[in-house]
Design a protein around this ligand. Sequence first.
Ligand code: 3PG
Length: 306
Amino acid sequence: MRILVATEKPFAAVAVNGIKEIAKEAGHEVVLLEKYADKAQLLEAVADVDALIVRSDKVTAEVIGAAKNLKIVVRAGAGYDNLDLQTCTGRGIVAMNTPGQNSNAVAELAIAMMIFMSRNQFAPGTGSELSGKKIGIQAYGNVGKLVARKAAALGMQVMAYDPFVDSAVMENDGVIPAATLEQMYSECNFISLHIPATPETIGSIGYDLISRMPAGGCLLNTARKEIINEAELVKVLTDRPDLKYVTDIAAACQAELDEKFGKRVFATPKKMGAETMEANVNAGLAAARQICRFFATGCRDFQVNK
Ligand code: 3PG
């Protein structure tokens, strides 16, 4: 079988080598398309492959249509909002993700962002410490749990909100379960977002929630830009000159945010949450193993289009 690794944002070389080794051992061939500049290259590359490994690369109906032999696509990462699942299902293509494999890298970035914003983006001047502050974690999944542990180790009070997780699980981890999202935003100096982009969550973080944050509050986004209502974010940052926003996924209106709010906002130049060698290796190799298992045994663990 031919496995295409199509990554506009390439994996570290060590991860690519690992993927190749795993595929070779199982009798498969790996084709690489890295740093591609336009869609046409992807459409051409998928034409004769049986499996596809991507990161945030968009696997649209057009891409799937061009991939006549495609049987499986694995998003090497957690969020699979870049895959057209309906079209995959219609074609009988199995779609998977690799949950948890890059979570630690994202959690470490969330902590780094808090320190960066609390220390005036490392510009001279008096900053503040994380110890003794309260963080609210929105969604207690793989990343949220790791952020909770790291924040607690820094002396922070940790609260979390997740309607899909039993509060006993949080309590067992020493995390305060929030009864409502509103409560969490009202009480926490930092809010760290870890929800996926779904029809329910898109545009769901807006004025009503953010404006509840205490004085000097900072909203951290290492999830997806789509979950923010950007017009309302601009409004709340205007009305509340004490609030801050830091994101790993530049807003569509990032230029406006930068211009209006200066050092109260920060966006990484290119999404870097999962950009560690370890995360690349974990997610890339997991994707390769899942594909080999699927071809060898039909195993569908981590399928997301059931
Ligand atoms: C994920 O959903 O796994 C993260 O957002 C990482 O995305 P990336 O592979 O594009 O860095």
